[in-house]
Design a protein around this ligand. Structure first.
Ligand code: BG6
Ligand code: MG
Length: 213
């Protein structure tokens, strides 16, 4: 992997672990509808858009809803999720994340955020790391969810760097697939058995150094 000119980072599961808050909010929603939602079932929601996540949750409970009801349920889940996000502090940045993004910048490598979350900006503000990214592409700026490469291609375009010089950091299978579909390198954050399509897998950004790029 040489000639890397840009690093594009997923947010949830790479920079910060919001999965627990997503899970608590989805479980609260499921409980309000009369069924439970396990942490294991929640695994299917990682990297998946809010609308698609709701469909998976409703399916788990064997429940059908109209589009209008789905809009209302997604809004309710998001309100509960945001109650937790609003309590977040910089202490929740995952180990090594801030340091690695900063080391990229110090080495002249461009940095972007590429996340499905429509709440990315609020989370980055809570963590006080907005300034670490040259471009921020979030769920409000894309129409196609990962594994479609749109979010990362828009990131590369915003940085004016060709996809082949970009590397994406991702904890979700769909995200690794999106990076590869966009003609980029992918570094998985997590289990190599799960993220086997990635060019390299590390357990966290605390394990990353520039010479691994
Ligand atoms: C992804 C998360 O980053 O963003 C998913 O991994 C989440 O769990 C998705 O559903 C959308 O997030 P939000 O904040 O727009 O509901
Ligand atoms: Mg993620």
């Amino acid at each position: 992997m040489n000639n890397i000119k840009a690093c594009i980072f997923d947010l949830d599961g790479v920079i910060v672990d919001t999965a627990i808050y997503h899970y608590k909010a989805w479980r609260r929603l499921a409980n309000s509808l009369g069924f439970d939602f396990t942490e294991q079932q929640n695994e299917q929601l990682k990297g998946v858009s809010r609308v698609r996540s709701l469909e998976i949750v409703l399916q788990a409970g064997g429940i059908t809803k109209t589009d209008a009801e789905k809009d209302q349920l997604a809004a309710q889940k998001n309100a509960w999720y945001m109650e937790m996000v609003n309590q977040m502090t910089p202490a929740e940045i995952l180990p090594g994340a801030r340091e690695f993004v900063q080391s990229c910048r110090d080495a002249g490598i461009k940095t972007a955020l590429g996340s499905a979350s429509k709440n990315s900006m609020t989370i980055l503000e809570k963590l006080q790391i907005v300034h670490l990214f040259d471009a921020i592409i979030d769920g409000n700026k894309v129409t196609k969810a990962k594994p479609d490469p749109e979010v990362f291609l828009k990131g590369a375009e915003a940085l004016s760097i060709e996809p082949k010089y970009c590397v994406v950091f991702e904890d979700a299978i769909a995200g690794v697939e999106a990076a590869k579909a966009g003609g980029m390198k992918a570094i998985g954050i997590g289990d190599p058995k799960v993220l086997y399509e990635a060019d390299l897998v590390v357990s966290g950004l605390n394990e990353m150094t520039l010479d691994k790029l």
